[in-house]
Ligand binder design. Structure first.
Ligand code: CDP
Length: 228
């Protein structure tokens, strides 16, 4: 397990789809002077790579697992900020956040070989220093000894509203209802899978963010971290 020191610790931010974790994690990284790592984007990059090879992860999970030896997904520091690379090329952010990838990413993330493959890559990020890592299993599996753990949630309706407000992340013609259904299905797969399901760590602080802005959530979490 990675060593911790005042200048080297992890903040685990876990929670369901579209709960606003990414925005909060980015704000928090700036407040704490740490690095923001989005593990969801690592699963999305792998999903995108498989889809470009014509693989449907839902029907062909074995083919996704077979891709792993020829695939490298990692964060590199560029101008002081972590940037995601796939096989040496920067990952196109808009493409991995598109609805086509969102629809299949949970099928990739449930593959045991994929989770095993991600483990060392994500734990290795601890070497960066102060790391704010968001995902589903950060406090339970990746960094069980993280100094700070939070479970960031919001009601299903609020999460659907937040996703609808993100341009480029929803399919054409999406409605509040269709988005709510899509994220509920992703949450169902994420929380019922055999390996590293989405689950609140027993020692995580739960933050229900309905009615709060991302700034308010980040302020609240930063206060807990800086003045425990
Ligand atoms: O941003 P959004 O809430 O849509 O989700 P994300 O953080 O980009 O994660 C996309 C998907 O990756 C999740 O629905 C999970 O299936 C998977 N994931 C995971 O299994 N474990 C993580 N640590 C992070 C993401």
């Amino acid at each position: 397990m990675p060593a911790e020191s005042p200048a080297n610790y992890q903040v685990a931010l876990d929670g369901p789809a579209a709960s606003g974790k990414s925005t909060v994690a980015r704000l928090l990284a700036a407040r704490l002077g740490g690095h923001y790592i989005n593990t969801g984007d690592m699963y999305r990059a792998l999903t995108w790579f498989a889809q470009r090879r014509g693989i449907d992860p839902e029907t062909s999970p074995d083919e996704v697992a077979r891709l792993l030896p020829e695939c490298d997904v990692r964060y590199r520091i560029e101008d002081g900020l972590p940037r995601l690379y796939l096989n040496g090329a920067p990952v196109p952010a808009a493409e991995i956040r598109a609805a086509a990838v969102s629809a299949k990413v949970s099928h990739v993330a449930r593959i045991p070989a994929v989770r095993e493959w991600m483990l060392d890559r994500q734990r290795g990020c601890a070497d960066l220093g102060i790391v704010i890592m968001e995902g589903r299993d950060i406090g339970t599996v990746i960094f069980p000894n993280a100094r700070f753990k939070f479970c960031v949630t919001a009601s299903p309706l609020e999460r659907a509203r937040r996703r609808l407000a993100q341009p480029g992340e929803t399919p054409p013609g999406a409605t509040l209802e269709s988005i709510a259904r899509d994220i509920a299905e992703r949450d169902r797969i994420d929380s019922t899978r055999a390996v590293a399901p989405l689950r609140q760590a027993p020692d995580a602080t739960r933050i229900d963010t309905d009615g709060m802005t991302a700034e308010e959530v980040a302020d609240h979490i930063a206060a807990i971290i800086l003045h425990p």
